[in-house]
Design a protein around this ligand. Sequence first.
Ligand code: EPU
Length: 333
Amino acid sequence: MKIQQNISLKSYNTFGIHVNAKRFVSVNSIKELKEIIASEKNIFLLSGGSNILLTSDVKKLVIHINTKGIIVNDFAADEVLVTAEAGENWHELVLWCVSQNYGGLENLALIPGNVGTSPIQNIGAYGVEIKDVFHQLEALEIKTGKTKIFTNQECNFGYRNSIFKNELKGKYIITSVTFKLTKKNHSINISYGAIKDLLTDKEKPSIKEIADAVIAIRQSKLPDPKEIGNSGSFFKNPVITIDVFKELTKKYPEIPHYVISENEIKIPAGWLIEQCGFKGKRFGDTGVHEKQALVLVNYNNASGKEIYALAQKIQQEVMEIFKIALEIEVNVI
Ligand code: EPU
């Protein structure tokens, strides 16, 4: 394990922002991770770099989690437990599970990032969130170096949320995640409109067909971070009260929405941003993606500060026009 000096983080974040890490270390085992957290006070954890916007150089020691491995516990006739180390690439894990015909993760194909950070924001797409298939995770307490298991309930999962974004923020390092997946008679989820549309002729599509449909949908509207820097949805979809919603429908009868509860409605932030005229707009090297207004992009050499300034401009405009506060989903550092 070697601590390197002055490393560019450009290839370690999906926005492709160039900032320097004063000190940087890549860890390949939990033993190494324990050693480093025992000896360093000011650390900055970096996983797949798919949910961060870096706005300045990082002075703390950057720890890049690069632990690999997948273990299968074939404990029942219908179900299987799959444990993946934190540094495993998320999409590769999904593809591997699909290749084994293990069902449960297929709707979450092609989400950038690594396994270890997936529970922090309870990643979700196309009708499934990881809480639906999450069994447990193992984490190291940074202060003591002790290992702790967190069950599904203990993670307090919510929409793009968990205990690791709240009470336990910055206190634990997730080292592995276990998913409970199906082997036979899998309970597939094709409720999401666009998936249904692609699989119209299939009564019960295979998990491979669902994964392929999800990949096709994502590729058709979300930019590939390898081509255009981005961090997926930059904002959360806001939840408003039914009264606010009714008021809005007077002016915008076509407003897309999802009913969350008796009194709560979720509005796609992408729609709000598009209505404000930002979709496809470019400002220097940053901009709003042309096919999905929820995604801010780095066309080439944008700085984190420029992207953050655009995000603030969008928040102001949405507030002015709709009186709705957009919450940033990405971690701004
Ligand atoms: N819409 C617009 N204009 C846009 C984008 C969206 O009007 O530019 C409207 C359309 O009416 C569309 C609706 O918003 O029907 C929903 O759009 P979409 O299906 O793309 O989903 P989303 O709500 O914008 C969420 C997640 C995505 C996830 C998709 C699919 C959040 C913050 N984002 O987006 O997650 O892939 O649903 O399930 O909840 C991510 O987190 O990085 C991410 C991409």
